[in-house]
Design a protein around this ligand. Sequence first.
Ligand SMILES: [Fe+2]
Length: 230
Amino acid sequence: MRILLLADIHANWSALSAIREPFDACLILGDIVEYGVEPAPCIEWARQYGTVVIRGNHDHSASQRVPPPTGHGLRALAGATRQQHWNVLSPTHLKYLSRLPVSQTLELDSKKFHLVHATPRDPMDEYLAADPETWKARLAGIDADFVCVGHTHLQFHLNLGKIQLVNPGSVGQPRDGDPRAAYAIIENGQVQLKRVEYDIDAAVSALKDANLPPEVTELAESMLRTGGRP
Ligand SMILES: [Fe+2]
C-alpha cells in the first residue's frame, strides 16, 4: 500500500496540484487553508481524496471565525487571508473545516497510525523541533507504529524505536529554504521524504490578484520564492 502524507497546504493550489503521486490512501495533517488565496480547490481536493483529514490551527481559526490577529509578518498574512477566505469560501467549505478531527488513529497496511497536526499534548498549536529525546518524551504512552505530524513546515523523519515520527513538511509554504512543495510517501513501512517543483509564478499571480495589503503580498511572495522564514 502506498500512502501519501500531506500537511500545511495553506491554500496553495499550484503547489498541491503539482503533486502527481499515485496513492492508495492519503493522510492530510491539517492547515489546508490560510497564508495562500486559493482555499476552495484545496478543500475540494481534500474532500475528494483525503482518507483522513486532520484539523490544523488555521483550519480551526478560519472555520470558527476567529477574529483576524493584528500585527505584522505572518500574523498579518494570516489575518488578511482569513478575511479573503470568508469572501471566497462557501458555508459548506467552512462547515467541512469546522468538523475535521483534531487527532485520529487508524490502521493501514497492518500498521497503526496516529495523526495530529502539532503534537499529542497540544494538537493544534505546539511547535516542537525535530529533537528525538523531546519527541520521545512527548509520545510516551502513544501506541503507534507511525506518528504523523505537520505544523512546523519542516520536513523530517525520526526513528524513535517502536515509533517512526514523520513530518512531511509543507506543501504550500515550506520554511526550510527549499521552495519546492514537500510531502512524504510511506510504502511497505518505508518512509520517503519528497519534494516537487511547482509553478510558483502562478501562486504569486493569484496572490496579487487577491488585492491583499501590499506588505502582506510582499511577504507571501518572498516566502514562496525562497522557501524561507519571514
Ligand atoms: Fe501551517
